[in-house]
Design a protein around this ligand. Sequence first.
Ligand code: 13P
Length: 257
Amino acid sequence: MNRKYRKPFIAGNWKMNMKPSQVKAYMDELKTLVPRAKWCEVAICAPFTDLPALVKAVREPHFAAGAQNMSKFLSGAYTGEVSGDMLTDLGVKYVIIGHSERRQYFGETDELVNEKVLAALNLGLHPIVCIGESLEQREKGLTAELVTYQLKAAISGVPAERLRRVTIAYEPIWAIGTGRTATAEQAGEVCSLIRAVIRSMYGARIARGVVIQYGGSMNDANAAELLAQPDIDGGLIGGASLEPEKFAAIISAANQE
Ligand code: 13P
C-alpha cells in the first residue's frame, strides 16, 4: 500500500452465496465488528437479488454495494440480463467485471470485458476489473505476458480522467478458492507490473492513483503481509468475505491510519 497516493480498498465477493433474507444480519454483525472503516474503502459485491437489501444496509460512509456482473447493453430485449443503469438506479457503486469464473464458465472474452468496462464507466459506475493467469500459464512463464494482455484489452479506450474510477484486481486463477495464496512477493510483483503497464499507457501521475487489489485465498491470516507490498492496495475477497469476523479482520488490516 502507498497511502500517500491511494486509499486501501477491501471488497468482498460473495459469488453465488447469501440470500436476500441473510443480508441484514450479516451487515449488522459486520458493522459491530468494524464500527468505522475510516482509512479504507469497503465494498460488498453481492448477487443481484441481494442488492436492494445490501444498499439499504450499507448506508455508511466508506461502505458501498457492488454487483458481480452487468450487461454491456443499456436496456432492451436481452432476457435474463441486468444493465448497469439498473444498478446505479438502485444505488450500487461498484461492479466486478471479467471475473475468472465469468471468463471460464460463461465464456466472457477480453473484448466483452472491455465493452462492459466502457459501459460501466459511461454510467458512472466504478468497475473492479479482474485479470490473472491460470496455473498452466504461470508454470510456462507466461504470467507477465498474459496479465499485460488482459489489462490492456480490458481498459482499451478508457480515457485518463475515467481511469481513477477503475480498480484492477489481480486474481491468479490457481489461488482462487484453493487455499493456495500467492506469496506476498509473487502477488506484489504482478501488481507492480500492472502499475508499470498503466504507467506506460497513461503516465506516472495517473498510474500512481490507480487502486490495485489482490484476490485469491486472501484471509485474516495473510492480509497484512499482502497489503504490505507497495503496489497491493487492497483485496478482493471470496470465501473469507462470507464470514463477518474474518472479513472484519481483513478490513482492520487495511484500516490503519
Ligand atoms: P477466494 O477468496 O475464495 O479465493 O476467492 C477470490 C475471488 O475470486 C474473489 O473475487
